[in-house]
Design a protein around this ligand. Structure first.
Ligand code: A3P
Length: 324
């Protein structure tokens, strides 16, 4: 282990989360608490009509989930605006892989969120997971089910910037941006290594029901992305419905919507577990722009990220093209 990185990790994560230690599990950096739920995840029974949205954190998961959920629920905006996204969608590894989930589990506040409780949910169920493909439940990996997966990607530099701000705004990370990038590049943040995450799903796409989407396409042409999602789920929308869905999914609507913006669910968890105030109302749905790296990263850092990308994707030209 690199002791310099250990020091950065130790110094940069806030005192109240320092006892959540990370380590590698099957090549993935995850909190050690994750070990408590690996068997439950591996053996989780997937149903044919389950819908999964998977991603590396901060790639646009919440946005994609909202789009997919609405499309698969006849655009039931009334329900979408009444019930929290985190209640409509089950976050598979929440209790073992996230700071909020681990803290809740340790305080005995998480009985409704155990993986077993997902077995009792009525169909069709909606899942979110940031796990790489090789850590998903066996049923999904082995193709024993017709369940569909939507995978969302985003420019890696913007992902890293967004990840940094989330951790900083939720008072988990208190180090510098440069050190956060270093931890990201050197695979010491939850769910890294980054490229293996994308490559795992990309390879699985050949044999599984996986639709790849891109954050940047959602930004520039949301209706086209919605059309590809409706095709994937064998449905379609008329113009008026398309307009209504685009409006529901607009950045400002989602940032203000208490069912999607994390104010009712994530924020109080952080506050209750750590007794800290997250003052920033936009801590979860923050800016929602592409190309933030152009202003937020130094020339040198951009070069480092770009050559790292080229090196890691040298055997995956099609994936590289998808990301362009
Ligand atoms: P920023 O931090 O760059 O603003 P995830 O849901 O995977 O955690 O991704 C969060 C990122 O998606 C955040 O990026 C968030 O603002 C952005 N996002 C969420 N909803 C969005 C929307 N409707 N339009 C644009 N971006 C959105």
């Amino acid at each position: 282990m690199d002791t310099e990185l250990d020091d950065i990790l130790h110094e940069s994560f806030a005192e109240h989360v320092r006892d959540i230690k990370g380590s590698y599990y099957k090549g993935v950096w995850l909190p050690q608490d994750y070990l408590k739920i690996t068997d439950d995840i591996e053996n989780f029974r997937v149903r044919d009509d389950d819908v999964w949205v998977c991603s590396f954190p901060r790639s646009g998961t919440t946005w994609t989930l909202e789009m997919v959920w609405c499309i698969c629920n006849d655009l039931n905006f009334e329900k979408a605006n009444k019930i929290l996204s985190t209640e409509r969608v089950f976050y598979l590894e929440f209790l073992g892989a996230t700071t909020a989930g681990i803290s809740m589990a340790r305080k005995g506040l998480a009985s409704k969120l155990t993986i077993d409780s997902a077995n009792r949910l009525p169909s069709p169920r909606f899942f979110k997971s940031h796990l790489p493909f090789h850590l998903l439940p066996k049923d999904l990996r082995t193709g024993n089910t017709k369940a569909k997966i939507v995978y969302i990607t985003r420019n890696v530099k913007d992902v890293c910037i967004s990840y940094y701000h989330l951790r900083k705004n939720s008072k988990i990370y208190c180090g510098t941006f440069d050190n956060y990038c270093r931890l990201f590049l050197e695979n010491r943040l939850a769910y890294t290594p980054y490229w293996n995450h994308l490559i795992g799903y990309w390879k699985a796409k050949k044999s599984h029901n996986i639709l790849f989407l891109k954050f940047e396409d959602m930004k520039t042409d949301l209706p086209s992305v919605i059309k590809s999602v409706t095709r994937f789920f064998n449905t379609s929308l008329i113009d008026k419905q398309m307009e209504a869905l685009c409006d529901h999914l607009s950045f400002h609507k989602m940032q203000l919507n208490p069912t999607t913006n994390g104010q009712i669910d994530y924020k109080p968890v952080l506050e209750n577990c750590y007794n800290i105030k997250c003052s920033d109302v936009a801590f979860f749905i923050r800016i929602g722009q592409s190309d933030q790296w152009k202003t937020d990263m130094s020339e040198e850092l951009i070069k480092t990220f770009d050559s790292w990308e080229v090196e890691n994707l040298k055997n995956y030209p099609e994936l590289r093209t998808h990301l362009l």
